[in-house]
Design a protein around this ligand. Structure first.
Ligand SMILES: *Cc1c(COP(=O)(O)O)cnc(C)c1O
Length: 374
């Protein structure tokens, strides 16, 4: 999507946006591809907190670290930003039914945004989608097709069905508006830092739509003259499912890999947005890093313990990668770093329990308690 930045500059300013009483992603409406009279979907998506996290920073040896907690969106992931825009565009175009396939969060966010706007939704998910995400879909009244296959096969079935039935298509990399919605996380980070880009932004990567959106957001702000430098992106993937990072690292075309990580939201072996993601990482002079499932679980526990933020595995994977790069001495200690928590841990408590310590179990007896306390 291309914008007329001179027009944006004439229509709004940093000051005007900062004074906006709209604490949702729609405060950036001049940067978004909707018509003046488009009805906006009702859920309050965006304007999630950017926390300064000194204790986590200390653990990593960083003096300026922030967590952007996008798990606080209405359906508890960053995907709400894309789905809100998709639903606005679907309604604008006169559709009454939307559809997508998803590893889980795009699905629950679309179902939620559609329900709030009064649209019907058809959702295709691989059968391994965690129970929390599946429950959200059903509660939001979506017609849910749980596909006995992997994400790639689920995507193919949804594509055929959408073509056959003529629903509005919210599939990643098919719908160009999704990235525009996702970019609002970058606009918020910049505004929340006083209209500045940080030096680094770390996040996890599956299809590649989110990282491409983050880059687009910073580039739009830069092109409009709202920020004066661009950040370097840190692309974090799972070590056994890292087709995008591998392509960046080897300089060769990306190749499919297996879906092999407990971080279901980034278990994407055949990414849908590889070109834009790879371009974003390269253009930003970005870094790539791969993490094991254990490193993801450790990061979940560390972020929870030091920040009070509960991330789902893919939501903590960005921080896991950052931790690894810090240990390798790749990030300057005084750099300004933002790590995006892309989804909330309550969606997947089974993996949360793997990351956590056991409780102290005992009968209701104060003497036993005294013995048991560390
Ligand atoms: C979708 C998702 C990602 C990755 O985004 P892509 O656009 O697929 O690269 C990361 N974390 C969470 C929680 C997600 O839902």
């Amino acid at each position: 999507m291309e914008y007329d930045y001179d027009y944006i500059r004439s229509a709004t300013s940093r000051e005007a946006i900062s004074q906006s009483g709209d604490y949702t992603m729609w405060r950036y409406r001049p940067f978004l591809p909707v018509e003046q009279d488009t009805a906006l979907p009702p859920l309050a998506v965006g304007w999630t907190p950017l926390y300064s996290v000194p204790r986590l920073g200390e653990a990593l040896g960083l003096s300026h670290l922030w967590i952007k907690d996008d798990g606080q969106n209405p359906t508890a992931s960053l995907k709400d930003r894309a789905s809100a825009l998709a639903v606005a565009k679907a309604a604008e175009a006169g559709y009454d039914t939307v559809a997508c396939s998803s590893t889980g969060n795009a699905a629950s966010s679309l179902a939620g945004s559609a329900a709030a706007a009064g649209l019907k939704s058809y959702i295709f998910v691989p059968e391994r989608a965690p129970m929390g995400k599946l429950t959200q879909l059903l509660i939001f009244g979506a017609t849910v097709i749980s596909v006995q296959g992997n994400y790639e096969q689920t995507f193919a079935l949804s594509r055929d069905a959408i073509e056959k039935y003529g629903w509005y298509n919210r599939n990643a990399a098919i719908n160009p508006y999704l990235m525009e919605g996702k970019k609002t996380v970058a606009l918020e980070i910049a505004e929340q830092l006083g209209w500045q880009a940080p030096d680094y932004v770390a996040l996890s990567v599956g299809d590649g739509c989110t990282i491409a959106g983050v880059w687009k957001g910073f580039r739009d702000l830069y092109a409009a003259g709202f920020i004066s430098k661009l950040p370097r992106l840190i692309s974090v993937q799972a070590e056994k499912t890292c087709p995008i990072n591998r392509a960046v690292e080897t300089g060769r075309p990306w190749e499919p890999m297996e879906e092999n990580t407990l971080a279901d939201s980034i278990a994407v072996g055949v990414p849908r947005n590889p070109d834009k993601a790879i371009a974003a990482i390269r253009e930003s002079d970005g870094l790539t890093v791969e993490v094991s499932d254990q490193e993801i679980l450790d990061a979940m526990a560390l972020v929870g313990r030091t920040c009070g933020v509960f991330a789902e595995p893919a939501g903590a994977a960005g921080t896991a990668g950052l931790i690894k790069l810090c240990k390798m001495g790749k990030i300057p200690k005084d750099a300004a770093v933002v790590s995006i928590v892309t989804g909330n841990g309550l969606k997947d408590t089974a993996n949360g329990m793997k990351a956590a310590e056991e409780p102290i179990r005992l009968p209701p007896d104060i003497t036993l308690l005294e013995k048991a306390l560390p």
